[in-house]
Design a protein around this ligand. Structure first.
Ligand SMILES: [Zn+2]
Length: 311
């Protein structure tokens, strides 16, 4: 593990030239089974700053087109990072996996009974150096967040609770238009294990229906308020179309991170939780919170990937 960590540190310091080389290497190993030693030479083929990559025909040409796109997006991201006051430019996520990882319930998070219920997890099984950003509830509706995330090209997913949307469905529609998926976080954000079966069903399936009616899709993902659930919760969620229950490995605030794991660190595939909150709820704005969490994420050499590419 130590070796890997040192390598990753080096990678972060050498910036996006190395990242591109890694992308080329990863792509090479993914699509050309017979190629050997390709990754070593691809770093040397990288054009000097300011020079254009030579156009090539065939798969190599497609690859250089992909690399050019990644470079262009990264250059735009660097400009946006300056504009929004980020400490560092967010790293580009690697190509999404061809096959999504198989999800299982984290040990200790099972509801008793053993039947096949939607998996409950805090980290997505992957070796990619990526984390996922998820934003809960929906109280604060800051237009700056929409612009900031689009310009920085940082993917995130929203878990909405109807009572805090407060009839401002339009804000989240704008979010959806920008490519953000909206998921179920119940109608009224109640402590589900304290409710009867019928009450839980109202909270969970009622929000499935509400979100489908407002936003056109029935959510595949559901997150119980406070991360608390019992067997009925998972049964009910399954019965109204939920496929998986992502919890979180760490939580972001405008001035600090809170960690679930003893090592107080990020790990590949970790899900980060944060909330739609503003200055009256915590010490900063939504952009302040994003600056803070991205300082941690980028500083540790991670990219934010799109949850839907993996789950
Ligand atoms: Zn919540």
């Amino acid at each position: 593990m130590q070796l890997v960590r040192q390598k990753d540190k080096t990678r972060a310091h050498r910036g996006h030239v190395v990242l591109i080389a890694l992308l080329v290497a990863a792509l090479g190993s993914g699509c050309a089974a017979g190629t050997s030693g390709g990754s070593g030479s691809s770093g040397g083929a990288e054009p000097a700053p300011g020079q254009q990559a030579k156009e090539q025909a065939g798969p190599a040409g497609a690859l250089s087109g992909y690399v050019a796109r990644v470079k262009r997006a990264q250059a735009e991201r660097a400009v946006a990072a300056k504009k929004w006051g980020l400490a560092k430019t967010p790293l580009a996520a690697p190509q999404p996996p061809a096959v999504k990882p198989k999800l299982t319930t984290r040990k200790g998070f099972e509801a008793e009974g053993g039947e096949s219920l939607p998996p409950v997890f805090t980290t997505v099984p992957t070796r990619d150096k990526v984390v996922f950003l998820t934003i809960d509830d929906g109280a604060e509706k800051d237009p700056a967040l929409l612009r900031m995330m689009s310009e920085l090209k940082i993917p995130y997913s929203a878990f909405l609770s109807d009572y805090v949307i407060n009839d401002n469905y339009d804000y989240f529609e704008q979010m959806q238009d920008r490519g953000v998926s909206l998921y179920n976080h119940t109608l009224n954000h109640r402590y589900l294990p304290g409710l009867s079966y019928a009450e839980q069903k109202h909270e969970i399936c009622g929000q499935q229906t509400r979100l489908e009616k407002r936003y056109g899709t029935r959510p595949r993902l559901f997150r119980p308020p406070y991360g608390n659930y019992n067997k009925n919760t998972l049964r009910i969620a399954r019965s109204c179309g939920v496929k998986a229950v992502p919890l979180w490995a760490s939580e972001a605030f405008p001035d600090h991170m809170e960690w679930r794991e003893w090592d107080r660190d990020l790990h590949p595939g970790d899900i980060i939780l944060t909330h739609f909150r503003g200055r009256k709820h915590w010490k900063g704005s939504m952009p302040d919170m994003i600056r803070q969490v991205m300082k941690t994420v980028t500083g540790k050499g991670y990219a934010v990937a799109k949850l839907e590419d993996y789950v």
